[in-house]
Design a protein. Structure first.
Length: 149
């Protein structure tokens, strides 16, 4: 009984049959393309998230200003100082609190009544480049010291 083995031997001049799979070069090219796409997409994603958190803080500031007007009608003064947010029956939303510190200034009531709502980005957060968001009793808004939001 003879045992014969077949070996995949290339004959000179005939192409060898390609086996399934990827070559190392193809894999490296694919990884390079994915890395370039990620390098472009990630900063855009971060910017989009920063804008969303900024919009949430702005919405909370506008809601606080609305409550201030109601409070003025009832108390003939604005709620100011450290307890102002609680006096307005508000809490800083969970999507704003990790990124902004919200306060109502001045610390004491003024004549004529005035206030400024200030949302200051927390230094180590992703919102730090934004600068402080402010709104006063007249509706004037600033972001990072520049007029408007």
């Amino acid at each position: 009984m003879e045992v014969t083995r077949e070996y995949n031997v290339d004959v000179v001049g005939t192409p060898r049959a390609r086996r399934g799979g990827f070559t190392l070069v193809e894999l490296m090219v694919s990884l390079t393309v994915v890395a370039i796409l990620a390098a472009v997409a990630y900063p855009a994603y971060q910017d989009h998230m920063r804008k969303g958190r900024r919009a949430a803080a702005q919405a909370f500031i506008v809601d606080t200003a609305s409550r201030q007007q109601q409070y003025l009608l009832d108390a003939r003064r604005y709620a100011v100082g450290t307890g102002a947010i609680a006096a307005l029956s508000l809490t800083v939303p969970s999507d704003v609190a990790p990124f902004y510190t919200v306060e109502v200034t001045p610390a004491v009531a003024t004549v004529p009544p005035s206030y400024q709502i200030v949302a200051t980005p927390i230094a180590a957060s992703a919102q730090a480049p934004d600068g402080a968001l402010t709104m006063d009793q007249e509706g004037a808004r600033t972001r990072g010291g520049n007029p408007g939001w």
